[in-house]
Ligand binder design. Structure first.
Ligand code: S3P
Length: 428
């Protein structure tokens, strides 16, 4: 596996092959946190190899959790709801918003103060969305104008029924994890459905979470038990190959062992709408998470509009979806202001990068339009420290006339360290 800082992408007429993708990033974070909060040993296989999920393990180690990692197998000795040790240094969430926000929910209930720091990108991302509900539960969290570093003064929390204004699985999960530490029932009613891995993972570890429409609730004080669990392949990583196959006619890509949780797979219908053939073969369910094989075959090129209501179900796939328009057609995204507060301002990074590759793109307040006018010329695009930008530019550059350079390509280590090696294999 190679770590690169720039990647040169040679145009390719099609992608072809069979592959599996790394373990799911969202699920890996949750299994690690819940394993630590459970009693007894957990063994997680196919744990996400990226830096973000390592950040979660590093933070848990700082809290006294014994963790052993051999490749993608991680063994965690659970410490129960009250077993964490006061850290002797700040806990470093790196680039990972999921680590910082979900961990905040747990730390708010500990009998000690902890500091959570992040890299430059994470220190720019909004944390009030978790500070506010945790504050309503009785937590005291100091931040710098709503940004990390977070100093979390743990205290006794009380249950709430919270209705976030932004649909966010991270916020929902932070409140639910905090709720496990209260005496009473904590509930979150979401404004729109977001990924439900926390709810499923709670059940897998023996905690009871009740889901009723858009409301999830947990009783405090429950005890979880360590588990042996496999992590499914990451659908959001698979998305880049699905889009590459859909946008290059004559392509066919088969992705095995990929997570098919319906709160993550809205891209499948989007690709069908675009004109691609997508065959899905569900094969098994592990710890409540369905997985199977996806085959995408590129055919005609279409046009797409993504409506605001679709955004929560596609939030991590929007960069990949934009690359569909590299060769032809048009992609317009509406109601995706959340993209501005991801690992980079994804609206601005994406539009700038696409233009630098010779693709027509326009920014709107809460979205953008990408217009493929045939074969783009290729060029130099900068990932802006954002893994999904690096991968979206690489896929778009496959459609160009001449080779392109992706600067900051090393950002793929966040979720998909082997991305460029797999790309080489699929275009060969
Ligand atoms: C995630 C939730 C999403 C997503 C992120 C991972 C999670 O963020 O964009 O990559 O694992 O809960 P929000 O909850 O902020 O929408």
């Amino acid at each position: 596996m190679s770590v690169v800082t720039t990647a040169t992408i040679t145009p390719a007429p099609r992608v072809q092959g069979r592959l599996s993708v790394p373990g799911d990033k969202s699920i890996s974070h949750r299994y690690a946190l819940l394993a630590a909060l459970s009693e007894g040993r957990s063994e997680l296989s196919n744990y996400a190899p990226g830096a973000d999920c390592q950040s979660t393990l590093t933070c848990l180690s700082g809290l006294g959790v014994a963790i052993e990692r051999r490749g993608t197998t991680v063994t965690i000795e659970g410490r129960g709801l009250r077993g964490f040790r006061s850290p002797d240094a700040p806990l470093d969430a790196g680039n990972s918003g999921t680590t910082m926000r979900m961990l905040a929910g747990i730390l708010a209930a500990q009998p000690f103060t902890s500091v959570v720091i992040g890299d430059e990108s994470l220190s720019r991302r909004p944390m009030r969305r978790v500070m506010e509900p945790l504050g309503l539960m009785g937590a005291r969290i100091d931040a710098v104008d709503g940004h990390a570093p977070l100093t979390i003064h743990g205290s006794t929390l009380h249950p709430i029924h919270y209705t976030p204004t932004v649909p966010s699985a991270q916020v929902k999960s932070a409140v639910i994890l905090a709720g496990l530490h209260t005496e009473g029932t904590t509930a979150v009613t979401e404004p729109a459905q977001t990924r439900d891995h926390t709810e499923r993972a709670l059940a897998a570890f023996g905690f009871e979470a009740i889901v009723d429409g858009l409301t999830v609730s947990v009783r405090g004080g429950q005890r979880g038990r360590g588990q042996t669990l496999p992590v499914p392949g990451d659908f959001s990583s698979a998305a880049f190959w699905m889009v590459a196959a859909a946008s290059l006619p004559g392509s066919s890509v088969t992705i095995e062992g990929v997570g098919l949780n319906p709160s993550r797979t809205a891209l499948i219908d989007v690709l069908r709408r675009f004109g691609a053939r997508v065959d899905v073969h569900p094969e098994s369910v592990a710890a409540g998470e369905p997985l199977g094989t996806i085959v995408v075959t590129g055919d005609t090129l279409g046009s797409l509009e993504i409506a605001p209501a679709e955004v929560p179900g596609l939030i991590d796939e929007l960069p990949a979806i934009s690359a569909l328009a590299a060769r032809g057609g048009q992609v317009t995204i509406h109601g995706a202001g959340e993209l501005r507060v991801k690992e980079s301002d994804r609206i601005s990074t994406l539009v700038t990068g696409f233009r630098n590759l010779g693709i027509t793109a326009e920014e709107h307040g809460d979205g953008y339009t990408v217009r493929g006018g045939g074969t783009p010329r290729g060029g130099v695009a900068h990932a802006g420290g954002d893994h999904r930008m690096a991968m979206a530019f690489a896929v778009a550059a496959l459609s160009a006339q001449s080779p392109s350079v992706i600067e900051g390509a090393e950002a793929v280590v966040i979720s998909y360290p082997g991305f460029f090696d797999t790309l080489q294999r699929l275009v060969a």
